[in-house]
Design a protein around this ligand. Sequence first.
Ligand code: ADP
Ligand code: MG
Ligand code: ZN
Length: 614
Amino acid sequence: MDLLTSLHSQFGFSQFRSGQKEAIESVLAGNDTLAILPTGAGKSLIYQLPASLQKDKLTLVISPLIALMKDQTESLLSKGIPAAFCNSTQDELVQMKTIAQAVNGSLRVLLISPERALSPSFLKVFKEMNLFSLVVDEAHCVSQWGHDFRPEYRQLHFLRERHPSPNFPILALTATATEKVRTDVQAALGMKFPKMVLSTFFRPNLKFSVEYPNTERDKADRLFELLEPWKDDKKFAGRTIVYCATRKKTDEVFELLKDFGFTAGKYHAGRTDGIRERTQNAYTGGKVPILVATNAFGMGMDQPDVRLVVHYQVPASLEAYYQEAGRAGRDNKPADCVLFYKNADVATQAFMISKESNFKGGDSLLKHIKDYANQEKCRQVQLCEYFGESIEPCGSCDICSHSTNGKDRKDFLHAEEIKQRKKEEKRTYEFDPNEEEWILNFLAEHPGVFGKTIIAKTLAGKTTKDVLRYRMERNPFHAKLKHIPEEAIIAKLESWTEQRKILVAGSKYPKLYLPQFSPVKKRIGKEGDSESLVKKTKTPTVNSQILRELMNYRDRKSRQLKWKKFMVFQNPVLKRIAERKPRTLSELEATKGIGPAKVEKFGSEILEILEKWR
Ligand code: ADP
Ligand code: MG
Ligand code: ZN
């Protein structure tokens, strides 16, 4: 039977879409295949059609979301293809039955979550499955460069490694085509010279634009304008999705829309499964045409008639943006994708990304969004370029069509440029050797204790909260360079760090030190005690070598005078001396715990010791 015939008879479609046939043929020939097609392009068919042609072999599909598994199982069953799904939220007995069916050959397709697929109990029976192919849906989840990284995905190569006849083809499906994700996918799944199938990311019916609201108020006003066709349920004008970055904002926008008479639903991970499902049904069923949602909504939930996707806040990456905005106009009729770009929202995203502990590269993900919003270049050209494709300008985006918000954009970009220039100006300053000396001395005295910001603020004489918290306003170095902008000092520290004239300790809170004055740990830190540096650097510490020398001196004196050690000096007092490094007798006397008598008896010798360390 040729492929087109089964496409008609089994799936009821008249022709293949771009990329489908090529990928299907590759799988049927037994090749590992990586299909990178935009969302909605019809990737499921690529595994479903070959699976439907099998007599007794099983296609195992790894899928990240329960909702996706259910949808696809139902769709397969409706076409008469024996299918089932299995995940850890199901009753154990149900799971066992399903898996037994997969082993005994009565299923053509089994959809399973990665966690379940990697569980020891599954791996054991997996060996007995008569496998036609292994499919990894939403394969970008293996990569931390993709926008929804799932660590378990990285272990999926186990499956091929554990199977007695591992020559089945692996089919990876994703809409994320960046080079990094692509290589990650191949490596993490253990694919062998996969055949790549790619198709265009250009969406001719979508009109992309970016707007630059100044305030939250402006955003709300603009959203109401955009939603005019849906106002008072005037007419059913298709659907719309308003994406927010946080649950809080989702709640807020939802309330706002309700107050102004829109019929809207909201969807985010903070709601119960039941409510979420009901919201989703109301939306897909057309009762609620507007959905306010976080990125928890969407994967695989495509409705054909979404006419508008608004991003009320910037998403975490350009891939996420493309996927979310790309839910518009699936029916190939015109639709709009509007991104509200505000610097504060970029900061919010940066913060959220940094909170996700095992997530690297967040900055660079956001940088692409910034570029997207800030470049005077066709939006679709930019999006396609990002996915590694070059196209002609689309002719319809805000840039191509010189649309009305062009003035806003120019204003915004102009303001940005001025801000940037001012920042740069502040950073450029010619230090004379004397001024540089102050910075170096600071580092010599506080090795590995402070990060660049505190150092710069202290020297520049700032009294901001963080400066006060470390009591740096009392530090002898405070305001020594108060004629120099703090930005310039930071720039200096950064350039020295680059030249390795300054070294950095710690990655989460990087502290600076000079190579010739390394932090506490190297000199007296207990051997093998890797924590000691961390502990020591939590609060401003003393130069431990000075402290050690002062203690030796104190011990010597106590022997000579036959005094108890504490009668000469107590440890905390020595610490304070080492910290403050007084230069004169009166400075020494100002140290807490030292009276005039002590100063007279020991003062000059102590100053001598300190002098050596300057
Ligand atoms: P993806 O996984 O690439 O986002 P899906 O596999 O979910 O896309 O398919 C999106 C929609 O396209 C589904 O409704 C599917 O039935 C439909 N579709 C897939 N292939 C074809 C085709 N050849 N002709 C018409 N519709 C198709
Ligand atoms: Mg899909
Ligand atoms: Zn364009």
